[in-house]
Design a protein around this ligand. Sequence first.
Ligand code: ZN
Length: 96
Amino acid sequence: MVDFIMWTYLIVAIIVGITGAIVASNKGRNGVGWFVLCFLIPIAILPLLALESAKTSNEKHRRDGRYPCPRCAEWIMRAAVICPHCDTELPKRQTH
Ligand SMILES: [Zn+2]
């Protein structure tokens, strides 16, 4: 019975490790390092997946013509003159 639990854990850890390695290498990160981390600590895959969705929303914002405020790092419209989040006056930017 202990053997069964041990093998089940091992198989799950390998699957999570491989998934983590694939996700990490797709994002240009160290696949081997993430495989080892997800193998040893399977829960480590959660921040990795969150990391990916954060990057995706980042790209979406850029497609919308937004850029991060130099002071508060909130996404603001390219045409904005004053940041709506921190009231900083923004340098003039060219709109393409
Ligand atoms: Zn700001």
